[in-house]
Unconditional design. Sequence first.
Length: 268
Amino acid sequence: MYKLLIAEDVKLVRETLSRSIDWERLGIELVGAARNGEEALEWLKRDPPDLLLTDIGMPKGNGLELIEAFRAGKPGIRCIILSGLNEFEYARQAIKLQVQEYIMKPIDPEEIEQVFARIVAELHKEREEQRGVELMEQRLRDRLPNLAQTLPMAEWTGSLKKKKLVEQAVRAIRENYSRKDLALWDVANEVGLSEKYVNALVKEVTGMTINHWIVKLRMEEAARLLKDPANRIYEICDRVGYADQDHFRETFKKQFGLTPTDYRNNYI
C-alpha cells in the first residue's frame, strides 16, 4: 500500500476526496487529510507519505511551498495538484517542481481515480525494478564474497545488465581457474562478448581485470591448500593451474610476500 496525504482547506472538497474514492482498491492508504500547509508539514515530520494531493491556494503555506518542502524531505514523493486556478504561472512552477499531475476543479472522482491508478502502476514498476536490483546485489554478495569485501556495493558502477554479465564472467573464472590453459578468450566465449569488452567490463565493475581474477583465485586456493601439510607444493602448483613451479613460486611471493614454503612454515 502506498501512503497518501491530502492537503485541502475546503472542508467539503476534503471530505469528498476522503470518502468518495475507494483508495484501498487503488492500493493506497489515506493516512490523513490536512486543512492547511502547516498541518500537512506535521505529517512530513511524523510519517512522510508516498503521495501528496494538494490544493494550491491554502492558508499557512500554499500548495507549491508544501510540494517544495515535501520534495526536500522525501525526494521520491509523487505530488499531484488539485486547483481551481488555471494560471500559466502556477502551471510553470508545477512543472519546475516536477509535479506529477495538475487536476482542475471541480473535482471528478473518476478522473482522480484514473490519475492515481496510473501513478500507482508506475510506483509498483519502480519498486519491482528496485527489488530486482537488490536481489541481484544479494546474489552477487553470495556468489562473489571477495568482491563484496573489497568493493562496497554502493561503489559498484554500471547497470544491472552489466552486473549480470560480470557475474557470469567471474563465475566462469571460479569454475575454471585451475585449468592451465584458461585464457581471456574462454571467459569471453562463456559470456558471449569480445575479449576486449568483457575484460574492460569486469575491470569497470570489480576493479580487477580477468587475469587478475584468475591469479587471485589461484593464489587464494593455493594458500588454503598450503595449510595442510599433506599437500605437497608441486601438487598444489598443478592443482591451481600452474605448469611451472618457478612461475607459481614467484606469483605466490608477489601476492603474499612469502614463498609457498615460507608461508607454510609460518602457518604451521
